[in-house]
Design a protein. Structure first.
Length: 211
């Protein structure tokens, strides 16, 4: 989609991202506290019915494993929170909603500062996207171990998020998967490679049009 020219300051929405979490049983040794550090609600044991969005069950503990966005995948701090409370946190509009409430590590890119935008030509747009891809490729996808069984997602209208849903076979409105982190990384790597190939094709087309 071609960006519309504008000279007004505009607050852009958060980019699409996927947050992977793992449910933690109440008896687990890694669970240092019996309650969510955000809302102080006591944890309940996770069951399949707990993940039902219509369920009135309380908070169950989840560990934040990694995030995936258009620029790459990132291993997170691993802090533990109540699942529903975590959802409210990342959906909020507070200045720190994109960071861990405990250590303040950024999980994903928050709202950018408003700035005036100007029209960009095809070559400038292509170079901008290519630079983003180059930064992602230099960073790579970090290897992590463990299992991911509960996936958090925001902004389902994001093309990248929709590709992730399709890759994992998640139906509309669904949030649960059972996959190893290695499997998730392989799927994400294929998505990133397709994105890179698409950008390269746009760059080649841009060069041919400019010649």
């Amino acid at each position: 989609m071609t960006p519309q020219p504008t000279n007004t300051a505009r607050r852009a929405p958060d980019p699409g991202f996927v947050l992977f979490t793992t449910p933690i049983p109440l008896g687990s040794k890694i669970l240092e506290s019996p309650e969510c550090p955000i809302c102080m609600e006591p944890y309940i044991d996770f069951t399949k019915s707990s993940a039902d969005p219509n369920s009135i069950a309380g908070e169950w503990a989840v560990r934040v494993e990694m995030t995936a966005g258009q620029d790459g995948a990132k291993r997170c701090c691993g802090h533990i929170f109540g699942r529903r409370c975590l959802s409210r946190h990342v959906r909020g509009k507070d200045p720190w909603h994109h960071r861990c409430p405990i250590c303040r590590e950024p999980w994903f890119i928050g709202y950018p500062k408003p700035r005036a935008t100007t029209r960009e030509g095809p070559t400038e747009r292509t170079q901008s996207v290519l630079r983003q891809c180059e930064r992602r490729l230099r960073g790579g996808i970090r290897r992590i171990s463990g299992r991911v069984s509960n996936r958090r997602r925001d902004q389902p209208s994001s093309p990248f998020v929709q590709q992730v849903l399709d890759a994992f076979g998640i139906a509309a409105g669904g949030e649960e998967i059972t996959a190893s982190v290695a499997q998730a990384e392989r799927m994400l790597d294929r998505l990133y490679r397709r994105l890179e190939d698409s950008v390269q094709q746009v760059g080649q087309l841009d060069e041919s049009l400019g010649s």
